[in-house]
Design a protein around this ligand. Structure first.
Ligand code: TYM
Length: 336
């Protein structure tokens, strides 16, 4: 891991604020798994970021371990990548401090995620929430990463990371490359919720979100409850959002032939939504249940998880120390 060689550097993170869902999987983790053989990868559990909205730490340890296990169960190999906890890399706090001097109040206040979170928790509009994108930039720039596999909701944070990197380079000298949001398909992914409103999310509308931890029965119940209507009455008509979402979800887990059968039925106005949802539910069960079972077996091995965390942190710290040495020198924080 020390020798980054010519491989591009990849960095990403997930907050331990709840069970991972299909959005996290298709927006982020699936890309991690595909990238691990060809790139130099750093993937972390963003435990510090979670404190901006979840100050109660009673469940933190359980949640951190769960996210690690969910990453591994999805196919991530801790021997191939650095899989670590954000709080284990203390250099992050230092870089965050320096970058904060290059981040302006106005731009931070305009960030969409800040405005959303203040709306959700008006009594806790803390400075950590305001500077959330600065901490995220510190995570990414710490490893001088250029590719950041994330879902569509993170695009603005990546733009801010590029701005902070450029400002630093302009003021102190070229240290950081520009990081870009990445997805293996052409576009960044937004996995829609089952109720036709918004996206799947860890905290909002739990019945409209499919988690990697859901039991087979719960998956079936959630899918069967998804909103439909009596079907199109004109051939080749456009789809309402809630129907389009079902097709998008089918695209993620079902066979091509199955999808095209229901597309054709829709276009010919003879689609049976009950059948479509039954099929989607079974395909979701087939997809989610092996991951859920692996998560449970990984979680039962505490020693293995401790080992993963220790090794991952060490790999991340090596890279962080190298970067911080360059950063301090560039900034003139070296007096002898
Ligand atoms: P978080 O924990 O909210 O989400 C983790 C990842 O899942 C993606 N995601 C989705 N993708 C598609 N459709 C959805 N419905 C969906 N919901 C979530 C997110 O885009 C993300 O990739 N700020 C980050 C954590 C973070 C980070 C970083 C990411 C901290 N430091 C450095 C990248 C680099 C966050 O809150 O992710």
């Amino acid at each position: 891991m020390q020798n980054k060689g010519s491989r591009q550097i990849v960095m990403s993170g997930i907050r331990p604020t709840g069970f991972l869902h299909l959005g996290n999987y298709f927006g982020a983790v699936r890309n991690y798994v595909r990238m691990q053989d060809e790139y130099h990868c750093f993937f972390m559990v963003a435990d510090l970021h979670s404190l901006t909205t979840h100050p109660d730490t009673k469940e933190l340890s359980t949640n951190v371990k769960r996210v690690l296990a969910e990453n591994i169960a999805s196919g991530l190999d801790p021997d191939k990548v650095a899989l670590y906890c954000q709080s284990h890399v203390h250099e992050t706090g230092e870089l965050y401090l320096y970058l904060n001097m290059l981040a302006y109040k106005g731009e931070l206040e305009k960030t969409t995620t800040f405005k959303d979170k203040v709306r959700l928790q008006p009594d806790n509009a803390n400075a950590g929430l305001l500077t959330y994108p600065v901490l995220q930039a510190a995570d990414i720039l710490m490893h001088r990463a250029t590719l950041v596999p994330v879902g569509k909701d993170q695009e603005q944070h990546l733009e801010m990371s590029r701005n902070f990197a450029n400002r630093f380079n302009h003021r102190y000298g070229e240290i950081f490359p520009e990081p870009y949001a990445f997805n293996f398909g052409e576009q960044l992914v937004k996995v829609p919720s089952l109720d036709g409103a918004g996206k799947m999310s860890k905290s909002e509308n739990q019945y409209a979100t499919l988690y990697l931890s859901d039991t087979d029965d719960l998956i079936r119940k959630k899918v069967m409850k998804a909103k439909t209507d009596s079907g199109p009455t004109e051939r080749n008509s456009s789809k309402p959002d809630y129907i389009d979402n079902l097709f998008q979800l089918m695209n993620l887990v079902s066979e091509k032939d199955t999808i095209s059968k229901f597309e054709t039925d829709y276009d010919n106005c003879n689609i049976r939504y009950g059948d479509m949802k039954k099929q989607l539910a079974e395909d979701m069960v087939r997809f989610i249940s092996p991951i859920r079972e692996k998560v449970e077996s990984i979680l039962s091995d505490e020693r293995y998880l401790k080992n993963v965390m220790e090794k991952g942190a060490e790999k991340a710290r090596v890279s962080a120390r190298e970067t911080m040495k360059l950063v301090r020198e560039a900034m003139g924080l070296k007096y002898y």
